[in-house]
Design a protein around this ligand. Structure first.
Ligand code: NAD
Ligand code: DAU
Length: 355
């Protein structure tokens, strides 16, 4: 079996669902269920003995040690993190606690467990750390995309905390020999994406008749990958990645934010036209920019393509259509995640900030 952390969040839940759709190998899923963790993402696994959910913190060393000793997973896949840049600007502390201290405690618990294994098990064991392209900082418009050799230049409290965690993982390999793998992926989108992030926020605000808030001039560029393609890349790296290596994951889909929002509006105009016949794009509103906003990210994914034969299955056009349709089909999921805590965040970020 494998141990997945943060498997009730956006990417982690997609990973667990896809894993169990394609394999009989059980998953222990350790998740703290922060505001971003949602047990409902995994409701289709109710009663499935292959999924063992544990409510807990990656920073709880004794809990992690107990889970490792009891279940003897052959690998750990670490998704658990605070993940939203805007929240890291309002309150960096939680990001340091989970992304840095939590990763440290997890690494130590895993290392102590790994040392108890016999030679064959120790050789086969893997710790896969899921990270982000944001650790590389911001690219000039004409600069080549991030390769694995790019310097680390994190600019937000979130990316700095992820960069720190990547360095810890690297050091645990070089110093202690822990068999680690790291993936640095670009922006994901798809089902179960929490509506604090650009694409799901635009979909739910559009449908609710609310403004679509574009930070600054909306010409910041992100490189978008359908979440299930990220999951297939992680499975591939886990199966065949070279220990100690990092792999950049991306879909060669660089787009300015404004284009993304117009695409989402166009799909909604087609699939759920507004009663007044106007386009959802009339709801676009320009708001104050994110402090320290990175202008451009782009991933050079040639290493994972060349060495591991991985390729994304979706184009942006197919992936975004599936995503918009998923949100239209899951109004109940959207209503459930828009709880009091979600409303408090929207008030802080979009209402109070505009005063
Ligand atoms: P998310 O915020 O949707 O989910 C994070 C999950 O981790 C939640 O279920 C939360 O409850 C859990 N968690 C948080 N703190 C925890 C702790 N201390 N112990 C146990 N569980 C904890 O995030 P996501 O978008 O699914 O991202 C998952 C990982 O992928 C993160 O490490 C993130 O940095 C990385 N990543 C995300 C993207 C993206 O576009 N979303 C891109 C590249 C990399
Ligand atoms: O690049 C990978 C990263 O992508 C991950 O590591 C992060 O966990 C993930 O949250 C994401 O970070 P971004 O900051 O790029 O994603 P977000 O959806 O918050 O914003 C995408 C772009 O849209 C960014 O340029 C900011 C802009 N934006 C965002 C929001 C929420 C807006 O213009 N308006 C908004 O309301």
């Amino acid at each position: 079996m494998i141990l997945v952390t943060g498997g009730a969040g956006f990417i982690g839940a997609n990973f667990v669902l896809d894993w169990l759709a394609g394999s009989q190998e059980p998953v222990i899923n350790l998740d703290k269920l922060t505001y971003a963790g949602n047990a409902e993402n995994l409701s289709s696994l109710a009663g499935d003995a292959r999924h063992i959910f544990v409510h807990g913190d990656i920073g709880d060393a004794s809990l992690v040690a107990r889970l490792l000793a009891e279940h003897q997973p052959r690998a750990v896949v670490n998704f658990a993190a605070e993940s939203h840049v805007d929240r890291s600007i309002h309150g960096p502390e939680d990001f340091i606690q989970t992304n840095v201290v939590g990763t440290l405690r997890l690494l130590e618990a895993v290392r102590h467990h790994w040392l108890t294994l016999d030679d064959l098990e120790r050789e086969a064991f893997r710790f896969l750390h899921v990270s982000t392209d944001e650790v590389y900082g911001s690219l000039a418009p004409d600069a080549p995309a991030f390769t694995e050799e790019h310097v680390y230049e994190p600019n937000s409290p979130y990316s700095a905390s992820k960069a720190a965690s990547d360095h810890l993982v690297r050091a645990w390999h070089h110093t202690y020999g822990l068999p680690v793998l790291t993936t640095n992926c670009s922006n994901n989108y798809g089902p179960h994406h929490f509506p604090e992030k650009l694409i799901p926020l635009m979909i739910v605000n559009a449908l609710a008749g609310k403004p679509l808030p574009i930070y600054g001039d909306g010409m910041q560029v992100r490189d978008w990958l359908y979440v299930k393609d990220h999951c297939s890349a992680i499975r591939r790296v886990l199966a065949a990645g070279e220990v100690g290596e990092t792999y950049n994951v991306g879909g060669w889909n660089e787009k300015p934010n404004l284009d993304i929002v117009h695409t989402v509006c166009g799909l909604l105009d087609e699939l759920r036209p507004r009663a007044d016949g106007q386009s959802y794009s009339t709801q676009i509103t320009y708001v104050k920019d994110r402090p320290g906003h990175d202008r451009r990210y782009a991933i050079d994914a040639r290493k994972i393509e060349r060495e591991l034969g991985w390729k994304p299955a979706e184009t942006f056009e197919t992936g975004i259509r599936k995503t918009v349709q998923w949100y239209l089909d899951h109004a109940e999921w959207v209503a459930h995640v828009q709880t009091g805590a979600y409303r408090d965040w929207v008030q802080t970020q979009y209402v109070d900030a505009a005063k």
